[in-house]
Every structure is written in structure tokens, then in C-alpha cells.
Write a protein that binds this ligand. Structure first.
Ligand code: ZN
Length: 197
């Protein structure tokens, strides 16, 4: 993407993420959640090392991204958005985690950054919906009741129909939740549960 003159002027000192000298290319951080639909306000100028790491499924080279320690404080919202998303993806790095704890984003910038997260990749935590036997959505902390007797494998007891299970936990499988029955934490199939309101 060619750089509009105002972006070129803003990035006269180099890549807006790491400071490296050009050649720089434009990157659109995305319209989802953006406070304005002006395309120029969504564009940042990045070098050939940073640019390829921006797509959410790209491999990251953490050591090439220390510039985020400065760019996260940029007064350009789009630069903050791109920096924040990269830091989230680097959250296994302690320096990135520390930075995420310290940085303050204006609420509109934070919303923009969150809106584009995971774009193009269906992460395991995305859009898992848990429903009971009636199709009622289950959330962590809900109380449910069993609608049939269930043999609990490995625990040698039957969880009786009508048993109340409080404070359920969600799993990474939408067909199962976790809950305590007879003081044992077990997995329960959501199709055998009914949510108690
Ligand atoms: Zn760069």
C-alpha cells in the first residue's frame, strides 16, 4: 500500500513500531471497532520486518519487537492498536506481559484493539457456546441440575437425577462442563443438564 503524504510525514523517522528506517509500507489495522471510518486514520507505516508479523496468524519473532515498548505509548491511535494486539500475542514473554499491565489505552482505542483481535483465526476460546438440554446458555458459575442418572466413570457412583451442581466451570469442549458431585470434580455432558435460574 502506498503511503499517503500525512502518514509519510508522521513516519519520517522510521517504522512506527520499531523505528527501523524504510522502506516502509502502509498497514491498515482494520475498520472493526475503529472510532472513525477515515481509512488514513487506520493506517500505520511499518518496515519489512514488522509488517509480515502483523497478521494474527503470522509467526512472531519476539526479539524483533522490543520497539513495542515505545510504540505502545504512541499518540497515534492506530499505532497503539497494532502494538497492543502484538503484545497480546506475545503475552508468553514477560516483558510483553509487564507492558500490557502498565499501558493505559483510551477506552475507544482499547475497544478498537479488542475488536480486531483474532481476526482471521478461530482461536479455541472464540465463540464456544454451552447450552443445556433446553438450549439455555450456560455460563461459568451457574447452577444446574441433572435430568437423568449418570454413571460417573472412574468414581464409582451414580450421580442421581435431580442432583444440583453449583458453580459449574466451562471447559474447552462445548459438550461438557465441569462441576462437583459428591465432592468430586467431574465432567458432565451439557445435554443431561438443566440450568436453574
Ligand atoms: Zn519495524
Amino acid at each position: 500500500m502506498a503511503l499517503p503524504p500525512e502518514i509519510e510525514a508522521r513516519a519520517s523517522t522510521g517504522c512506527e513500531l520499531c523505528g527501523a528506517a524504510g522502506p516502509l509500507a502502509g498497514h491498515d489495522v482494520g475498520a472493526a471497532g475503529a472510532p472513525s471510518d477515515d481509512a488514513t486514520s487506520r493506517m500505520i507505516a511499518v518496515c519489512g520486518a514488522c509488517g509480515p508479523q502483523l497478521p494474527s496468524d503470522a509467526t512472531l519473532t519476539p526479539t524483533s519487537l522490543f520497539g513495542l515498548q515505545e510504540s505502545i505509548w504512541s499518540d497515534v491511535a492506530a499505532v497503539q492498536v497494532a502494538s497492543f494486539r502484538l503484545l497480546k500475542r506475545l503475552s508468553q514473554e514477560s516483558w510483553a506481559r509487564d507492558l500490557l499491565d502498565q499501558c493505559y489505552l483510551d477506552p475507544s482505542v482499547a475497544a478498537w484493539a479488542a475488536a480486531g483481535e483474532g481476526e482471521g483465526d478461530a482461536g479455541p476460546d472464540d465463540a464456544l457456546v454451552f447450552v443445556d438440554s433446553n438450549g439455555t446458555v450456560l455460563s461459568a458459575g451457574d447452577t444446574v441440575t441433572l435430568i437423568k442418572d449418570l454413571n460417573v466413570k472412574g468414581a464409582n457412583f451414580t450421580a442421581k437425577r435431580g442432583t444440583t451442581v453449583k458453580n459449574i466451570r466451562l471447559t474447552d469442549d462445548p459438550e461438557h462442563i465441569e462441576g462437583r458431585v459428591n465432592k468430586v470434580s467431574i465432567y458432565l455432558k451439557t445435554c443431561f443438564l438443566k440450568k436453574l435460574s
